[in-house]
Design a protein around this ligand. Structure first.
Ligand code: NAD
Length: 486
């Protein structure tokens, strides 16, 4: 059976303890590999390698040289596109049609964008007067933060991990990455690409394992890491923050959400339906930016619900290789149990199940996969957990509203503030509502339209800090002011 190992100081290594766990393909339920689980010894070795590499050739390279190497990493991913695609789809079960357009190309693009950005971003300078009349010049320089611990989730494994590793390396840091235990393979494969691209040993390290009481916790407790960037659940973010507090280490947290879509009667209905379909069901609903709460102006409510139902029922559930499939399985049986518990809760709370609500009938070869039906509800009241807690499955609840104020109040009702999508052809209203919605990212008449130069992150319990564009440089560098007396 294939083994997935750690990548430490330029070498693939197993765990000294010999501990391994199963990597399961969620489309079939088959074990596809054995993954080494890092103990404290492997995590420590990876951090030491990253620390040592900070003083090695990586730190002596010019920005141009580093940038060139990161372009080679992106080219290396593209050159092995099919291998990355195969591995990502085996780990997640997602349709190849999706991963070939989003996960893998974005994984490569994340290196190019930041490799170019670091070459072009200026820092500040201030001239100042001094009593002796000669003056002084303040100017700022950026320095790498140091060793960065990167902890990533399973929903968009390569994409979300490189979203952090790309800028971290572009800024001259070294990294220790802990991918999700559900999706270890593409991060492991990236080690080979790094080596071939000329990234010096120790700059990029990977430790495999679980979160609590395993590789994730060991990494966040390690005293020699200078900062952590994490994407995952809000509760995990809290734990990581507690560990990072020891030694006053910096953190960037991209956390959960319970995002609202707001559909006004003056929207372009075709666009609103198409966008809401993607935002609720893309990646089997396992997108942090997805819309699980849809608020629709009452005059178009019935039409919207019936049109969304028709579209949801057209979704084709199937395995990665099925070219017609646009809905894969959930990541695991555990996640399916969680999502199904909300499906049951919705019924208990008196929801009208517009469509779905259960497990689809699949052919024998796929019977053990974590398949689930796309589901739409109406009729829940605001106190139902189904519309207050993040489900992270292919589902949404649709609720009518009567005024702009009510829609905004509903969108802002929860302690999350990640993303929102507003559908209206009235741009004054769009700007007015977007300005008042409490979210880090607001789309108007679109969803998941991403410009990598823009700020990305959540407000309230959806995160701390912003990554993307120059905002990533803020986190991955220390800005040093030099005051030069003239
Ligand atoms: P998760 O928090 O369970 O796990 C994320 C990572 O943290 C994994 O690598 C896991 O092993 C690790 N981890 C878990 N417990 C840990 C601990 N105690 N110490 C250190 N590491 C630990 O999240 P998930 O289930 O993998 O991902 C889904 C969640 O991620 C959802 O809540 C989703 O909204 C969120 N998410 C947010 C964004 C965003 O940009 N805001 C993007 C994608 C996903």
């Amino acid at each position: 059976m294939k083994e997935v190992k750690h990548y430490i100081n330029g070498q693939y290594v197993g765990s000294a303890s010999g501990r391994m766990f199963d990597n399961i393909n969620p489309a079939t339920g088959e074990v596809i590999s054995q993954v080494h689980e890092a103990g404290e010894a492997e995590v420590d070795a990876a951090v030491k390698a990253a620390r040592a590499a900070l003083k090695g050739p990586w730190s002596k390279m010019t920005i141009d040289q580093r940038s060139k190497i990161l372009h080679a990493v992106a080219d290396g991913i593209n050159a092995r596109f099919d291998e990355f695609l195969e591995a990502e789809c085996a780990d997640t079960g997602k349709p190849k049609s999706l991963a070939s357009h989003i996960d893998i190309p974005r994984g490569a693009a994340n290196f190019k964008v930041f490799a170019d950005m670091v070459k072009n971003v200026a820092t500040e300078a201030f001239e100042m007067a001094t009593p002796d009349g000669t003056g002084a010049l303040n100017y700022a320089v950026r320095r790498p933060k140091g060793v960065i611990g990167v902890i990533s989730p399973w929903n968009l494994p390569l994409l979300l991990m490189t979203w952090k590793v790309g800028p971290a390396l572009a800024c001259g840091n070294t990294v220790v990455v802990k991918p999700s235990e559900e999706t270890p393979t593409t991060t492991a494969l990236l080690g080979e690409v790094m080596k071939d691209a000329g990234v010096p040993d120790g700059v990029f390290n990977v430790v495999q394992g679980y979160g609590g009481d395993s590789a994730g916790a060991f990494l966040t407790a390690h005293p020699d890491v200078d900062g952590y960037t994490f994407t995952g659940e809000t509760r995990t973010g809290e734990l990581i923050m507690q560990n990072a507090a020891k030694g006053v280490r910096d953190i960037s947290l991209e956390l959960g959400g319970k995002n609202a879509g707001i559909v006004f009667a003056d929207c372009d209905m075709d666009k609103a339906i198409e966008g809401t379909m993607r935002s609720a069901f893309a990646n089997c609903g396992q997108v942090c930016l997805g819309t699980e709460r849809v608020y629709v102006e009452r005059s178009i409510f019935d039409e919207f619900v019936s049109r969304l139902k028709v579209e949801a029922e057209k979704l084709v559930i199937g395995p990665p290789d099925d070219a017609a499939a646009n809905l894969g399985p959930l990541i695991s049986q555990k996640q399916r149990d969680k999502v199904l518990s909300y499906y049951q809760q919705a019924v208990n709370d008196g929801a009208t199940v517009v469509t779905g609500g259960g497990i689809p009938d699949m052919p024998d070869a796929l019977k053990n996969g974590s398949w689930i039906q796309p589901t739409i509800w109406t009729g829940l009241s605001d106190d139902s957990a189904v519309i207050n807690e993040e489900i992270f499955g292919p589902c949404c609840h649709i609720q009518p509203f009567d005024s702009e104020e009510e829609a905004i109040a509903q969108a802002n009702r929860l302690p999350y503030g990640l993303a929102s999508a507003i559908w209206t052809e009235n741009l004054s209203r769009a700007a007015r509502v977007a300005g008042q919605v409490e979210a880090g990212i607001v789309w108007v008449n679109s969803w998941f339209l991403r410009d990598l130069r823009t700020a990305f992150g959540g407000s309230k319990q959806s995160g701390i800090g912003r990554e993307g564009g120059e905002h990533s440089l803020e986190f991955y560098t220390e800005l040093k002011n030099i005051c030069l007396k003239l």
